[in-house]
Design a binder for this molecule. Structure first.
Ligand SMILES: NC(=O)c1ccc[n+]([C@@H]2O[C@H](COP(=O)([O-])OP(=O)(O)OC[C@H]3O[C@@H](n4cnc5c(N)ncnc54)[C@H](OP(=O)(O)O)[C@@H]3O)[C@@H](O)[C@H]2O)c1
Length: 246
């Protein structure tokens, strides 16, 4: 089996809560050194204290701000911290207004969900090329496969990420650089704004364990929970009129 990574150094964005926090735990427990990225420094510090600073390096960065991504990347390179595996997991799932057309809202969502991943890729591709390869794991969503009302910005940002990562994979495969995509369905985190979790929803610990296991085995398309993968498969085949609002 092809091993997608070459050293035991990884970076996780959106590591302050939910799936990203649990990926950080999972990787640290498997002996990896983790660079944990998010905006909330208190949450990152808590995580570092809990896991030990020899295992987790907290770094505050707003991934929607390209200058901050450049600065954080430069800082890591200056400290000779070179991850070979990037979990680009930070996401914004805020609800949109009734029109689905608020330009500023669309831009905000894209800045996090799309550019927040692409910016890291752009900073680290030259390094990975020089070092002989590595892996970027983008967190998309099962929602990117079925166009639902009320998800205009979110669904589009994740669909853009899907396309971009597949295209980049085709371009950089020759450099031994892989682009994997994770497609979660409902996971019980702050982002899932329902009082009662939908049936078949996974806990973030379970989602992170699954993602890490699959990524370390070299999988490049990771979908879960099974019930929602099945429903998405059916939803994809239904005509658009089924989803029309009355
Ligand atoms: N939960 C689900 O049902 C579900 C389903 C499909 C896909 N996903 C995707 O899974 C990923 C993780 O989400 P989650 O469910 O774990 O939600 P979450 O608990 O709300 O976590 C979101 C993470 O993203 C970080 N983040 C948001 N904006 C950021 C920014 N501008 N800069 C840096 N970090 C930022 C947050 O940290 P700070 O606030 O500290 O910056 C937080 O750590 C997201 O990409 C989401 O779209 C989730």
């Amino acid at each position: 089996m092809y091993m997608a990574v070459s050293n035991k150094f990884c970076l996780v964005t959106g590591a302050s809560s939910g799936i990203g926090k649990n990926i950080a735990y999972e990787m640290a427990n498997r002996g990896w050194k983790v660079i944990a990225i998010a905006r909330r420094s208190d949450k990152l510090e808590e995580l570092a204290k809990h896991l030990g600073e020899d295992k987790l390096i907290p770094l505050v960065c707003d991934v929607s701000n390209f200058d901050q991504v450049k600065e954080a990347s430069a800082e890591l390179m200056n400290r000779e911290l070179y991850p070979s595996l990037f979990f680009l997991n930070a996401g914004d799932g805020d609800e949109e207004d009734d029109t689905g057309l608020d330009r500023e809202f669309h831009k905000r969502i894209f800045e996090v969900n799309y550019f927040g991943a692409i910016s890291w890729v752009s900073q680290w591709i030259p390094v990975l090329k020089e070092k002989g390869g590595g892996t970027f794991v983008g967190t998309s969503s099962l929602q990117s496969f079925v166009a639902m009302p009320g998800a205009t910005a979110y669904g589009s940002s994740k669909s853009a990420l899907n396309y971009s990562f597949r295209s980049l994979d085709a371009m950089y495969h020759k450099n031994n650089i892989r682009f994997a995509l994770v497609y979660p369905g409902p996971v019980d985190t702050a982002m899932l704004k329902t009082d009662t979790p939908l049936p078949g929803t996974w806990k973030p610990e379970k989602a992170a364990r699954y993602i890490v296991k699959k990524v370390l085995k070299g999988s490049t398309r990771i979908k879960f929970p099974p019930r929602w993968v099945l429903l998405t498969g059916i939803g994809k085949r239904l005509p658009d009129r089924v989803f029309r609002m009355k």
